[in-house]
Design a protein around this ligand. Structure first.
Ligand code: FES
Ligand code: CO
Length: 325
């Protein structure tokens, strides 16, 4: 992705819900510093910049649901309107231009999502198969991983099945069976969907056949539902925040239909930590750090790289180069 600004009119997660409290905190999305805080329970996200003298609002405090600038105490509400200027003499009104830039916010899947510009695509729809928060299952936010590559690189890695025998040897794949069989990918304007069958290690030892069902929604949301023959399944979602060029914060959530007791969350989180750390070790070395959308910049194989190729077409379309065939 050469032009990161192209991601602005899409929804991106910036924080775990629990990180947004009545103590303001700075987050960064697409090089833009944001301040997030709670106003009466509602998550509010403003540009982290006071219009008066440019101080960082995140250094201030929340007073009665408004964020107070640390410098001269101006107070802004959750919509960015300045509602108090302590030094203003009586009879003087607050200038209409006294506003902080406020952004559209949603809370979904235990995360706070922001669109910097008016969204041009729907909020990424959760596949019915792995709906976060459905009380028939157990859902939890696993972690936020900081990676020093662009979010697109993390997505391509998540959608790729050819790396299993090498990066996740003896866990998600085996060196003696590296072949990737042909698999059809369904896709429409905003999303792709495909199945892949393979053999992976059983947690209790031995190997088992698994069915992997992949979902991708533009620009950076993806889910993997892993099902074993007895029907048990696990859905892992990769929800990346494109922080800046070559930097991403990867939110990972998990929904499962077994071990419903919350005490098992830690077991699943540890497993996913191991897998994502194995990926991180290799993917952090990938250059360029941002995923190229010009297909001539790399070498692609038709079958094993089919999802990665399509991903580049979606991102290229967002970037204004090319179309999704
Ligand atoms: Fe924010 Fe003056 S800089 S109130
Ligand atoms: Co991997």
């Amino acid at each position: 992705m050469t032009n990161l600004a192209a991601y602005r009119p899409y929804w991106h997660p910036i924080a775990m819900s629990e990180e947004v409290t009545d103590s303001p905190r700075r987050f960064t999305l697409l090089d833009e510093h944001l301040v997030a805080f709670r106003a009466g329970g509602r998550a509010a996200v403003l540009k982290d910049l006071c219009i008066h003298r440019g101080s960082a609002l995140s250094l201030g405090q929340v007073v009665d649901g408004r964020i107070e600038c640390p410098y001269h105490g101006w107070q802004y509400d959750a919509d960015g309107a300045c509602v108090k200027i302590p030094a203003l003499p009586e009879g003087h009104s607050i200038p209409r231009k006294a506003r902080a830039q406020a952004y559209q916010v949603r809370e979904e899947a235990g995360l706070v999502w922001v669109a910097l510009d008016e969204p041009v695509a729907p909020f990424p729809e959760w596949p019915e198969a792995c709906r976060f928060g459905d009380d028939r299952y157990r859902s939890h936010v696993v972690a936020a991983y900081d990676w020093t590559v662009g979010a697109g690189r993390a997505v391509e890695n998540f959608l790729d099945v050819a790396h299993f025998p090498f990066v996740h040897e003896e866990l998600l794949g085996f060196r003696e069976s590296p072949l990737v069989s042909e698999h059809d990918i369904d896709h429409d304007e905003f999303s792709m969907h495909y199945f892949y069958s393979t053999v992976q290690a059983k947690p209790e030892g031995g190997r088992e056949k698994v069915s992997l069902e992949y979902f991708y929604h533009v620009p950076l949301t993806c889910h993997l539902k892993r099902q074993v023959p007895d029907g048990r399944w696990l859905c892992v979602s990769l929800l990346p925040c494109p922080v800046s060029a070559g930097t991403s914060r990867l939110f990972v959530t998990c929904v499962r239909d077994a071990d419903l007791d919350p005490e098992y969350d830690a077991v699943y989180s540890r497993f996913l930590d191991d897998v994502f750390n194995q990926d991180k070790a290799v993917v952090s070395s990938v250059r360029p750090e941002e995923i190229p959308v010009d297909l001539r910049e790399e070498l692609h194989l038709k079958v094993p790289d089919a999802a990665g190729l399509l991903l580049r077409r979606y991102l290229g379309r967002i970037d204004g180069v090319g179309t999704v065939a």
